[in-house]
Design a binder for this molecule. Structure first.
Ligand code: NAD
Ligand code: ZN
Length: 360
């Protein structure tokens, strides 16, 4: 399955299917990469034992010179320190301006390796090889970066990949909690863009959760198509692209307050979408969205309530600190209905407070 991302400056394919890692050399060739280009695979300690050897061997057999670097799995590796270590390793292994980077892993690897590609010798090409369901989202769109102790994703760049290859076979080794979290972003994409896709997700839940390959390809393609359309219309997040933050104002605050780790990103966004659906209803933008949203989220095994220990005041502080809260006014992406959202500025704090209390 091939989709295309088109921006004013870039056009690149997203390949989604089974057995694609074995076909990597020919997929690279289709975007103009040849074995003269030295390759550098970036991955983490969890993914390396599963897929690194397969990827490197396949590429070497096609005549590529392939180096690699492996950093500890987890969000805590998404730092400038990791960037510096990767840069050192790339230099020691002889990478130059004509080399290419392959990001093999989840969103953490994609963001960090993509940022390495954006900064190494002022930028070299890279390819995303997502291995988590959530990474269908992070690997498309060109946002790359690392965290700062004062905030997530505070250091970064826009750097579009030359190619995205999503081999759905890699999802078989992904822990079920990570699978569910990935579905949270797919559900988000459906809820903001396409009611038909929402219905399809409702009807195909069992097959999807059983990782049926054909259905996974459909779901990932649906999510990527939606993301690709939004990115094509708004590459640098000046307007439309902000709708992708549905569920994220509450979600990010929850991640910040709970400390990274208690909830996965997808779980926090799942709770956030239920909360923001309730907020949309409370502000009179819509009716009857929160029930269906909650049922869908619940059916995919995702949380839909705040922990009873959650402090509403703390969450509000975290929301204002979030970079999306311009000048302290609370901005939300809120539903107009199932499959459609709008950006609402200056949401009254009292309404947010009521919804957060209701969400516990
Ligand atoms: P992740 O990369 O940490 O992966 C989750 C865990 O699964 C890790 O321990 C990883 O080692 C492991 N793993 C990965 N693939 C596996 C596989 N096939 N089998 C077994 N284990 C596997 O996290 P994630 O959820 O993929 O991504 C989260 C990150 O993505 C966050 O840092 C977030 O900021 C970022 N993100 C970026 C964008 C963007 O537009 N750039 C969008 C959304 C999220
Ligand atoms: Zn997200």
């Amino acid at each position: 399955r091939t989709l295309w991302v088109e921006t004013t400056t870039h056009r690149y394919p997203i390949q989604i299917g089974s057995g694609l890692l074995q076909r990597l050399p020919s997929l690279l060739e289709e975007v103009g990469w040849t074995p003269e280009r030295r390759l550098f695979v970036v991955t983490d300690t969890q993914v390396a034992p599963l897929y690194l050897k397969e990827a490197v061997t396949t590429l070497q057999q096609a005549g590529y010179t392939v180096g690699s670097v492996v950093f500890p799995a987890g969000e805590s590796s998404k730092t400038l320190q990791t960037l510096e270590q990767m840069t050192g390793e790339a230099l020691r292994q002889g990478l130059d301006r004509k080399s290419g980077i392959l990001a093999l892993g989840g969103g953490v690897v994609g963001d960090a390796a993509g940022f390495l590609a954006a900064t190494f010798m002022r930028g070299i090409p890279f390819v995303q090889l997502p291995t988590t369901l959530l990474a269908h989202d992070s690997s498309v769109g060109g946002k790359v970066g690392v965290n700062h102790p004062l905030g997530k994703n505070m250091i970064g760049a826009f750097h579009q990949p030359d190619l995205v290859v999503f081999d759905v076979d890699t999802l078989k080794t992904l822990p079920s909690r990570e699978i569910a979290s990935g579905f949270a972003e797919v559900i988000k994409e459906a809820l903001i863009w396409d009611e038909t896709f929402v219905r399809w997700l409702e009807e195909n839940r069992a097959g999807l959760m059983a990782l049926d390959a054909a259905r996974l390809v459909e779901a990932i393609a649906g999510g990527c198509r939606m993301k690709a359309e939004v990115v094509s219309q708004d590459e640098k997040e000046s307007g439309l692209r902000a709708i992708l933050n549905y569920g994220h104002t509450i979600g990010h605050a929850l991640e910040a307050v709970a400390g990274y780790g208690q909830f996965t990103h997808g779980e926090a966004v799942a709770i956030g979408m239920v909360g923001e659906a309730l907020l949309g209803e409370r502000l009179g933008l819509t009716t009857n969205v929160s029930q269906r949203t909650q049922a869908l989220i619940q059916s995919y095994g995702l949380p839909y309530q705040l922990p009873t220990t959650a402090e509403v005041d703390e969450l509000l502080v975290a929301m204002r600190r979030d970079k999306k809260a311009a000048q302290g006014a609370l901005t939300f992406v809120l539903p107009r209905g199932i499959g459609s959202v709008e950006i609402v500025k200056e949401v009254p704090e009292a309404a947010v407070r009521q919804v957060l209390t209701q969400l516990k």
